[in-house]
Write a protein that binds this ligand. Structure first.
Ligand code: AHR
Length: 334
């Protein structure tokens, strides 16, 4: 009796020791010393100084992206948002990043205007120990120079546009392309995706940049109409964003083109794009979602706490059509 009691007591003691060792090991694995996920020592949003050197204010998409960043910063109550507008100039963005490095911000979230030319400044951020999140468009720099990229799959957007033309032009045809900012990840990806998937019986007659703005798309479309007759020389238009699409519509209207005369596919899914579908001008609008604020700040907090993040975070997107554009228009946030 007494020997079985003492065996039970020894077994209990052993289980307690195993339990304690087990807990210790688990704690060490889940929260390494350099990654306080929560509790004492963990950094919170109220500690965060985040730098957002926005590339410009060229489109409704960009306005919505800026609003998403500013509103999320306010909602989360971060310590400071260092925001600037580079007016679509890479040199302005590089200066803004350097100023943020100088200030010693916690995280830089960079939406790069173009893909190339970032190596030097990203190396400076890395040497200063400041993690960088590439937001929206991609960069061609070595992946070791930044922590993660969050944004759309621009090549897939171009491929989705190609699929729309393939459906609408089963017997082939000719299209024009109104492209975004030359050298930008968005324009490069969309152009590549279109060419990847466009049926061989559909030809791209010409491609010109409108720099993602409504104002610049107007003279470009006017020049295209001087060279080519709608309907006769081309039957479709791929436009890299809704703002340029709206500029192009103004020109087409003035030239006597009617909604539906051309097959037009645009990108973004802004309210303006939805209105163009309601009015019969766009036959499809490939979504590109600018509301990245919540995910950007979540990634930034993880990085501030030394926690791992995925190397690439792609936005889940779709294609919108005129059939339900009127119904969805009032629900659009941008
Ligand atoms: O990089 C995203 C693109 O930039 C959007 O499609 C366009 O509207 C914006 O200017």
């Amino acid at each position: 009796m007494s020997s079985s009691r003492s065996f039970a007591a020894r077994l209990m003691a052993l289980l307690v020791v195993i339990g304690l060792v087990g807990c210790g090991a688990q704690t060490a694995t889940e929260a390494p010393a350099n990654a306080p996920a929560s509790g004492a020592g963990a950094k919170t949003y109220s500690d965060m100084v985040l730098c957002y050197p926005q590339l410009g204010a060229e489109s409704d998409w960009r306005t919505a992206n800026t609003a998403s960043i500013k509103e999320t910063a306010a909602t989360l109550g971060i310590k400071q948002l260092v925001f600037s507008d580079a007016q679509q100039k890479q040199e302005n963005q590089i200066s803004a990043v350097r100023a943020c490095i100088q200030q010693g911000v916690d995280v830089i979230a960079l939406p790069p205007v173009v893909e190339d030319g970032w190596d030097a400044v990203l190396t400076e951020a890395k040497n200063a120990g400041i993690p960088v999140i590439i937001v929206d468009r991609s960069v061609s720099a070595d992946k070791s120079l930044y922590s993660t990229h969050i944004g759309s799959n621009m090549t897939l957007e171009g491929e989705r546009a190609a699929a729309e033309f393939n459906k609408m032009m089963p017997d082939g045809g000719v299209i024009l392309e109104l492209s975004g900012t030359t050298g930008s990840g968005a324009a490069v990806g969309r152009a590549k995706g279109l060419r990847n998937k466009l049926n061989s019986n559909i030809t791209i007659l010409d491609s010109q940049t409108g720099n993602f703005t409504r104002a610049e798309a107007v003279p470009v479309m006017q020049a295209l109409l001087k060279k080519y007759t709608p309907g006769k020389d081309f039957q479709g238009l791929f436009i890299h964003n809704d703002d340029m699409g709206i500029g192009a519509i103004e020109v087409l209207k003035a030239a006597g083109v009617k909604p539906g005369d051309l097959k037009i596919v645009s990108v973004d899914g802004t309210r303006g794009g939805f209105q163009a579908m309601v009015d019969g001008w766009f036959q499809a609008d490939v979504e590109c979602n600018p509301l990245l604020g919540p995910q950007v700040f979540e990634l930034a907090l993880k990085l501030m706490n030394g926690q791992p993040v995925d190397a690439e975070v792609l936005t889940d997107e779709t294609v919108y059509y005129p059939e339900n554009a009127a119904e969805l228009l009032p629900t659009r946030k941008y």
